[in-house]
Each structure stands twice: as C-alpha cells, then as structure tokens.
Design a binder for this molecule. Structure first.
Ligand code: PLP
Length: 422
C-alpha cells in the first residue's frame, strides 16, 4: 500500500518548479548553500554583500506594542512608508497619491497573491498567460470551482509577452474581469514598459478589468544595450486615480532588496479593494509579523533604498551580459535580450539529442552539480490539462541570481556537458 492509499483525502499537491529542482538535486547530495553546487535554477538573488550596496540589515529593535497582534494589513506606519515610496518613485507631481489605506502588507509575495485571489467575486473571468510564474497555477486551481479561468498562450515571436493589442482583444472578446501576470516576467525576463504598459493600464481602466501586476522584479531593469536602467518600472506610473483605476501592484523585499527570508510583500491599489484584501487576511493568515515590519521600515529608508537598488542593478547587469554571451556561444538561444529579472529564458532545441529536451538537459547538468529549471514548469495549467504537445519542452530557465563566480562555474560545467554530447 502506498502512502496515497492511506490518505485518500489528501490531494497530490504539485511541486513548484524550483522546489522540484531542489528535491531532485538533494537526491544527489545538494543542500542549500552547498559550496560544490551551482544553483542556476534558483529564484532568489544573492543575499550577501554587494559592491556599492549598503551593509546588510542584521538586527532589528522592537517596540513594546510589537508584542501584541498587529493590524491585518500591516501597521499604519509601515503602510504609510510603502505608499510614500510609490509616490516618490512613480507619482511625483501627480494629483492622486497613494496613502496608507492603499496598502496591504503581507508575509511575502505569495501570501499577498493568495489574499488577492481570495477576493475575486464568484463567477469572475480571470485571464492568465503561459509562460508565467509557476505559483499562479495553484492559486488559480484553488478557485477553479468558483472562477472561470481563461488561458492565453503567448508567442515566441512576441518574446513570450502579451502585446497591448492582444491583451485588449482578450479582455473585450472574452469579457475578462481580471488579469494577473508577472511584470517583469518570471521566467522570460520580458518587461512590459513605457507606452505598452500605459496601454495595459488604459485597457484595464476602459474595460473595468482588474490588472493584477506582480512587480516583484520591478527594480531588475536593464537598458536595450544591457546597461543597468536608471530606475524601476511599475504600472503605478500610469494610474490616473489611485482609488478608481482597477490596478493592483504586488511587490516586496524578496527580490529587489534581496531579503527573501524576511517574508515581506505588499499590494498597492484602490482603498476599497485593499480593504477587502485585508479582510481576507483575517482568516488566511492573521496579519503580518511586526518584527518583519520593523526591519522593512529600515530597508525602505529612501537613501538606503536608492543605494541598494542601484548597486544591485549594476551587479546584475554584469551577470546578465556574462550569461547571455556564454549561453549563445554554447548554442543555447535566448528568446530575447531580456529587459528585466535575473532569468534568461532560452531554447536548447539546437543542442544534440538528448540534450535538446528540458528534462534530459536538467538531469545531465545535475550530474555536474548544476541546477536549471525545465521550461514545462512555467506552462501554467490550473486545470491540469494541456491539449497540445508540451509547449516549452525545449525551453529552460537559467538564473543569474547567484554570485558571479557561481554563475561562471555553472556555465563552464554546462559547456562541459554539451561538449561531451557533441
Ligand atoms: C513573479 C513572482 N512573484 C512573486 C514571488 C513571490 O515571492 P515571495 O513569496 O518569496 O515573497 C516570486 C518569487 O519567486 C515571483 O517570481
């Protein structure tokens, strides 16, 4: 008898891509921080000191009131700091400004997203795209009995992004009520920005379609020539009335401030929606930790914020260039020169068989202690079905989240795997 027979009331919860990768690698001796392994599958940025960045925050001083339950959406002080960060970065000179009431603080981005999905009204038609962030699959699946889930496949020739016209057509033709997507996108690194992002926001406003912009990589932005951009990207810049436009921004300290272990995330949006998100938090999680909020307040100090994100972009732009060049030299072709994140989404279809298959490639690299993520994990399938062939079977997500030396070693080992197969 298998464990499944003993517990028929428990569903086989699917692995998220990175968790499966770690699980497979651990069978060969991997553990987090193992010095011999190169985790180019990882979804986190390097968390240590970086050139030009302020010292890492390592302690926090609590106040007496922090021992009690805190507010469900975060303390007023915390929410005010996040609101003013949005106003400073994206809304200078605009009449409509975010306030504490526009912010819901949560224990990490995934919890913020969980709260958001819980607020969608029964019968809502929710659009999602492939490829996109693996966790959406499960969020959508939780609600499949009460929401209508509408998939849209992006095209390789569009860099796996959804052009504004295509989004507008989807919303209108399929009566979409909400669209949740990562921008910049995990796994493709593509970023909808400038005029295109403005048109996304216009479509949302005109069609009363809620735009859930998961902006966890908002600060990982590079110019067309690969140099670090001068600042972040957010749909917040195109919102007209913060309380009327149906635009929600999800972000946190996990990626852009390199504190994934803190579990600090938030949603910014219209007061009414935020109020409902916070009510959902009451049953889901009981509100965020006050210790984390104390630390987050320090991380969001404007001077530190600027120093950290500027240094981070500079360091990551260097790793991006390195990885792009070396992958191309190996015959691995990136979908595009990604303008965001710390991922490169590339096809291995020109490699000699069997390395031209994402899983075979993954297992071959694993033998050399290098981790990657097979593309199939990013095909968001909340309904558990895919009626066409595996669309991303020859695609792989490579991460340059680890320190530069690890990225270099990992790439050299992949080179070796390919050379042996030729
Ligand atoms: C697109 C996207 N959104 C949200 C998150 C959530 O981050 P966390 O829950 O670790 O704060 C991630 C992390 O991988 C992500 O890639």
């Amino acid at each position: 008898m298998s464990v499944n027979d003993d517990f028929p009331m428990i569903r086989p919860v699917p692995y998220m891509g990175v968790i499966w990768v770690v699980h497979e690698a651990s069978k060969l001796g991997f553990w987090n921080g193992h010095p011999d392994w190169c985790n180019l599958g990882q979804g986190q940025p390097e968390v240590g000191d970086m050139e030009g960045a302020p010292p890492r925050i390592k302690s926090v001083t609590m106040k007496d009131a922090d021992q009690a339950y805190g507010p469900l959406g975060g303390s007023d002080e915390m929410r005010e700091i996040i609101a003013s960060t949005y106003n400073r970065l994206y809304r200078r000179g605009m009449k409509s400004q975010y306030t504490a009431k526009n912010i819901s603080f949560a224990g990490g981005g995934r919890l913020a997203l969980t709260r958001l999905f819980a607020t969608f009204a029964d019968g809502s038609r929710v659009l999602y795209k492939s490829p996109d962030y693996t966790a959406y699959e499960d969020y959508l699946a939780y609600h499949k009995a009460r929401l209508t889930l509408v998939p849209v496949m992006t095209r390789e020739e569009d860099g796996f992004s959804l052009p504004p016209d295509a989004l507008e057509a989807c919303i209108r033709r399929q009566n979409i009520n909400a669209y949740v997507f990562s921008n910049p996108c995990n796994p493709t690194g593509e970023a909808v920005m400038g005029k295109d992002l403005e048109r996304y926001v216009e479509s949302a406003r005109e069609n009363k379609c809620l735009l859930g912009c998961d902006e966890f990589y908002s600060h990982f932005i590079y110019n067309e020539d690969g140099s670090p951009a001068s600042g972040p990207v957010s749909a917040a810049a195109y919102v007209e009335d913060v309380n009327k436009d149906p635009v929600l921004l999800v972000d946190g300290l996990t990626k852009s401030h390199r504190y994934p272990g803190w579990r600090a995330g938030w949603i910014a949006g219209p007061e009414h929606v935020i109020e409902m998100v916070n009510r959902a938090a009451s049953a889901l999680d009981g509100g965020p930790s006050l210790i984390v909020q104390r630390a987050a307040m320090e991380a969001l100090d404007p001077e530190r914020y600027h120093q950290e994100t500027t240094a981070m972009r500079r360091g990551f732009a260097k790793k991006r260039r390195l990885m792009l060049e070396r992958l191309k030299a190996m015959g691995i072709t990136p979908a595009a020169e990604p303008r965001g994140t710390f991922y490169i989404w590339a096809t291995i279809r020109d490699l000699p068989a069997p390395l031209n298959d994402g899983d075979a490639f993954f297992h071959a690299c694993l033998q050399e202690k290098v981790m990657t993520v097979p593309g199939r994990f990013f095909d968001v399938r909340p309904l558990g079905v895919r009626d066409i062939d595996e669309p991303f079977g020859s695609w792989v997500r490579f991460s340059y989240g680890p320190p530069e030396a690890v990225v270099e070693t990992g790439l050299s080992r992949i080179e070796k795997v390919i050379a042996q197969a030729r």
